[in-house]
Design a protein around this ligand. Structure first.
Ligand code: FES
Length: 319
């Protein structure tokens, strides 16, 4: 991890100001935020300042951004020193960020560090010709192509000491280089080419058959719909054939209860002789009205006992 300190005074410029185009761009960024929230533009403005100032952020740029956003310079300093995307020291024309995290380390990043030291010099210093500088950084998210390095805005992957050294020399001498994997593979596919989806028939339409495949699919869908309709019709017919047998016992059900009282009651009351449900329409809404006398109904058992008692009284001799 690099030390996050401002560059020494002797390399700091006396002042910094956005050029006209960047000033205009900065104003547009600030306008994206509501009044009183201009500080939210601090990262874009620092980034633009770094871009304008040869890839690093001097103290004067931090102060300029603070003034523009109405922030305390220390607040802007906190942001600039926290995020490693901001370089606080001068960098070369080609700034190499070499990944040294575990996957890249296991695939030879240590050997690449030695190349940097040999070709460029010590970490965080610019080569004498001003062309190159380097810094070890944490994972850059291209571990499947480890080891790798970011140079300015491009990734260079599958590096070896040999191809990395050649790459740095090409950059130094202004020769065209090719970003991405340096071992010939495409993206992160296996070495030697892809292993799957290689059959050309997957892409020329022959896998789904010759001829008018759309007409064939339409026919298949139509046949499936007709089969489903035939099946549904057969099931409905079978159900209708069974219906009379299942309804016959239901018609005789009322005869099962032979008591006169039950015969005069509705079917629901016969099946459930408990208290009427309050929600039933037409039922009394209070317990006082729910007595047999109040409702006009007489329980069959009570009527039988009353008749028996009357018979016994009639049999007694009159004194
Ligand atoms: S560890 Fe190097 S890119 Fe992830």
């Amino acid at each position: 991890m690099s030390v996050r300190r401002l560059a020494p005074d002797h390399v700091q410029p006396a002042s910094f100001a956005f050029d006209a185009a960047n000033e205009n761009w900065a104003d547009q960024q600030i306008a994206k935020y509501p009044e009183g929230r201009q500080a939210s533009a601090v990262i874009p403005l620092l980034w633009k300042a770094q871009e304008q100032h040869d890839g690093w952020v001097p103290r004067a740029a931090i102060e300029t951004v603070a003034r523009k956003l109405g922030m305390a310079p220390m607040r802007v300093m906190e942001v600039a020193t926290f995020y490693t995307m901001f370089n606080l020291q001068p960098v070369g024309q080609h700034f190499v960020q070499l990944c040294g995290t575990t996957p890249c380390a296991l695939r030879g990043a240590e050997a690449l560090k030695k190349v940097c030291q040999d070709v460029i010099g010590p970490q965080s210093t610019v080569s004498a010709d001003g062309k190159l500088s380097w810094l070890e950084v944490e994972c850059l998210g291209a571990c499947c192509n480890a080891p790798m390095a970011q140079i300015n805005f491009d990734y260079y992957e599958d590096l070896t000491p040999e191809n990395f050294k050649a790459l740095l020399e090409d950059l130094r001498h202004g020769r065209t280089v090719k970003p991405g994997p340096q071992n010939g593979r495409s993206g992160s596919e296996p070495l030697g080419g892809g292993e799957t989806l290689k059959d050309p028939a997957l892409y020329d339409g022959t896998v789904i058959g010759a001829g008018d495949w759309q007409a064939r699919v339409t026919e298949q869908r139509k046949a499936a719909a007709e089969a489903a309709a035939a099946k549904a019709a057969a099931e409905a017919e079978a159900k209708n054939a069974e219906a009379p047998k299942s309804e016959a016992p239901k018609a005789e059900a009322p005869k099962a209860d032979a008591t006169p009282a039950a015969a005069t009651k509705p079917a629901t009351e016969t099946a459930s002789p408990g208290r009427p449900k309050p929600s039933d329409p037409g039922q009394p809404s209070s317990a006082a009205n729910d007595t047999p006398a109040a409702s006009g109904k007489v329980d069959a058992k009570a009527a039988a006992e009353s008749a028996k008692s009357a018979d016994a009284s009639a049999d007694k001799p009159v004194k």
